[in-house]
Write a protein that binds this ligand. Structure first.
Ligand code: KIV
Ligand code: ZN
Length: 523
């Protein structure tokens, strides 16, 4: 029979406590709504005793979230438990999570107690928390380094005291999968009352084993997995829940397990959390990284075009990503170039593949990544790596003072004529972009702006990468200069030139269609 794995999300507690800037109540609530939509069974949303702000956010989330159980953390201290219960009690369904160090290291050097006292504290706190709810979870902090006899002993005592969930954290990410599996198996073999509680695991990623340890724990009998979205959390982070969830889905027959997660929400939730927490997702991060569904080498791209399953184990749409991407680089083969042209609606007979591929490789060597509009320009405007530039920045001037709108004047060469316009904006770059919009009359949206320092110290150059949308199509622009206002302006002018090239392709296409029609009708 397949076992349900309970997904316990601690993004708003273990994840949030690791952020450089704490989240405010509104941001936490936004994340809680996303997690609820994702379908997490339990969300741990804070440590109410830790600050009035944490109390308020736990309380607000407890009030608003209806479909997940809301959990708050507490030490084995009466006041902690009282405050947690106070913050949580408005929830339709809540849990109190109590933790206490059980390894000799924690007991002696952190808590300055002996093991017997630790067991007494745990029993007392669990019974105390049970006054407020039946749903009490007890965590043996640093279980990964706790002597196994002690761990079995305290787990048995905690269950007998009334804990319904026993969490086994590898707090410092010390264990590797065979060791962690053995810990869980031993608990099942040696604790007589083990069936009266759910066994949970909570792994940290100091050795990069958190997901592996969690999966192996499922095989040993664990029924609850704790972690965070994108793996954010103390030091190297927590178990990345999206990875565990997808591993359970892909290996359902082997693990004989399932979750109630709505997989299509994974990508969206991951993006919201990355943006609100200001923690970028590594490009190669499993499941949700930008490259997780991108194919780069010619052999892979060709293989995917023949049958996606050659190089994809997860359908992008199953986690809410529209489709896999093909990066067009100098490693791409003809199949990928042809695929991009087809996707833009071109037939093989519309262009000369040999010529296009030859110049594509030259451009890719020079530019790194080639975009679909670059291919169009190569095929239909100019069969050279250097494309004509319609827009050319001649001059700009900025006036910007604190607490005032910035004013920008820009002179832009458009073909053979030069135009000047001024505009205001919240900052100098916004003002310049507005002035450029006024000159070109193109209604474009700035989707992404990224400033990167190239080089070291005062001589570093500022590189600006922008992504804009125009008529539902994405265009990139890049600008490099010592002055970041100049690089920002150049990046936008570069994007405008890419838009202009596509407009020229469109004009050519329309002319061609018109001529073809006339030939057919004999005009
Ligand atoms: O890592 C840990 O041990 C914890 C506990 C509070 C569960 O976060
Ligand atoms: Zn933790």
């Amino acid at each position: 029979m397949e076992q349900k794995i309970i997904i316990f999300d601690t993004t708003l507690r273990d994840g949030e406590q690791s952020l450089q800037v704490s989240l405010n109540v509104k941001q936490k609530l936004q994340i809680a709504f996303a997690l609820e939509k994702l379908g997490v069974d339990i969300m741990e949303v804070g440590f109410p005793i830790s600050s009035p702000g944490d109390f308020e956010s736990v309380h607000t989330i407890a009030q608003k979230i209806k479909n997940s159980c809301i959990c708050g953390l507490a030490r084995c201290i009466d006041k902690d438990i009282d405050v947690a219960a106070e913050a949580l009690k408005i929830a339709s369904n809540f849990r109190i999570h109590i933790f206490l160090g059980t390894s000799n290291l924690h007991i002696q050097s952190k808590l300055k107690k002996n093991f017997k006292q630790i067991v007494e504290m745990a029993i007392y706190a669990i019974k105390y928390a049970r006054k407020y709810t039946d749903d009490v979870e007890f965590s043996c902090e640093d279980a990964g380094r706790t002597q196994i006899d002690n761990l079995c002993y305290i787990v048995e005592a905690a269950i007998k005291a009334g804990a319904k969930t026993i969490n086994i954290p590898d707090t410092v990410g010390y264990t590797i999968p065979c060791q962690f599996k053995k810990i869980i198996k031993t608990l099942y073999n040696r604790v007589p009352v083990i069936d009266q509680a759910i066994i949970s695991v909570h792994c940290h990623d100091d050795l990069g084993m958190a997901v592996g340890n969690s999966i192996t724990a499922i095989q040993a009998g664990a029924r609850q997995i704790e972690g965070t979205i994108n793996g954010i959390g103390e030091r190297a982070g927590n178990t990345a829940l999206e990875e565990v969830i997808m591993a359970i889905k892909i290996h359902k027959p082997l693990l004989k397990a399932y979750t109630n997660i709505k997989h299509q929400e994974i990508y969206r939730t991951s993006q919201i959390i990355s943006q609100l927490c200001n923690v970028p997702i590594p490009i190669n991060k499993a499941i949700v990284g930008n490259n997780a569904f991108s194919h780069s080498s010619g052999i892979h791209q060709d293989g995917v075009l023949k049958n996606r399953k050659n190089y994809e184990i997860i359908e992008p749409s199953s986690i809410g990503v529209q489709e896999a991407k093909f990066n067009l680089t100098s490693r791409s083969g003809r199949a990928a170039v042809k695929h991009h042209m087809n996707k833009m609606g071109y037939q093989d007979s519309d262009y000369d593949m040999n010529k296009l591929y030859e110049v594509f490789l030259k451009l890719a060597d020079k530019k790194g990544q080639v975009f679909d509009y670059d291919l169009e320009a190569l095929a239909f405007i100019n069969n050279q790596e250097e494309q004509p530039e319609y827009f050319h920045l001649e001059y700009y001037n900025i006036q910007s003072r604190s607490f005032n709108l910035a004013v920008a004047s820009v002179k832009l060469k458009c073909g053979n004529t030069t135009h000047s316009k001024s505009a205001t904006g919240n900052g100098p770059i916004a003002a310049i972009y507005e002035a450029l919009n006024n000159i070109t009359g193109l209604s474009i949206n700035l989707e992404k702006y990224q400033l990167t320092s190239k080089g070291h110290g005062r001589d570093a150059l500022g590189q600006v990468d922008v992504v804009v949308t125009y008529k539902k199509r994405c265009f990139h622009g890049v600008g490099l200069a010592i002055d970041i206002i100049e690089s920002s302006t150049k990046a936008m002018v570069n994007a405008l030139n890419n838009i202009w090239l596509v407009q020229q392709v469109e004009i050519k296409r329309q002319k061609l269609q018109y001529n073809n029609k006339n030939i057919i009708s004999g005009k």
